[in-house]
Design a protein around this ligand. Structure first.
Ligand code: FEO
Length: 169
């Protein structure tokens, strides 16, 4: 495997684990705020991010290249409102999309078609992740300022259930 592609794929394990850690922090924020539905939504998001990390980890192992695990950074965002958390989520997903695009670009440059095919799932997934984050912001804009509506939205988010990724390696 090309050195740069290898480095970027390996670094993505850490980025996805950081994403899991970040969303765990979001979940913790909402739990403390008494919004268990929002806490559930981000807890499941955290589980999905761990799955993403494992997909990169397994892909590298399957390709017989080295996996190196680095320290996961501390989530250090301070939030002044519930909306701040949601906006930080969207911002983060856009950043992750840029990372996936960077890896794709590096794989494309060296005609690493297998890595490109592996990444196709993530390209689609990032579209869904950004849509989900945007939808949540729209709902919060509509309903967040009214306590009864916020309660209903919280109930809706309590219904999110975990499902394993559709990509299996
Ligand atoms: Fe693993 Fe939310 O992207």
């Amino acid at each position: 495997m090309d050195k740069k592609v290898h480095e970027l794929l390996n670094a993505q394990i850490n980025k996805e684990l950081y994403s899991a850690y970040l969303y765990l922090d979001f979940s913790n924020y909402f739990k403390a705020a008494g919004l268990d539905g929002f806490a559930n939504w981000y807890m499941i998001q955290a589980q999905e991010e761990r799955d993403h990390a494992m997909l990169f980890y397994t892909y590298l192992q399957n390709e017989n290249v080295t996996v190196t695990l680095e320290a996961v950074a501390k989530p250090d965002k301070v939030f002044n409102s519930h909306m701040d958390v949601l906006l930080a989520g969207l911002e983060h997903e856009k950043y992750v999309t840029s990372l996936i695009n960077d890896i794709y670009g590096a794989a494309y440059d060296v005609r690493d078609f297998r890595t490109m095919q592996f990444l196709d799932w993530f390209v689609k997934e990032q579209g869904e992740e950004e849509t989900n984050a945007n939808d949540l912001i729209s709902k919060m804009e509509l309903f967040g300022s009214d306590p009864k509506s916020l309660y209903m939205l919280n109930q809706e988010l309590a219904g999110r259930v975990y499902s394993a990724p559709s990509l299996v390696l």
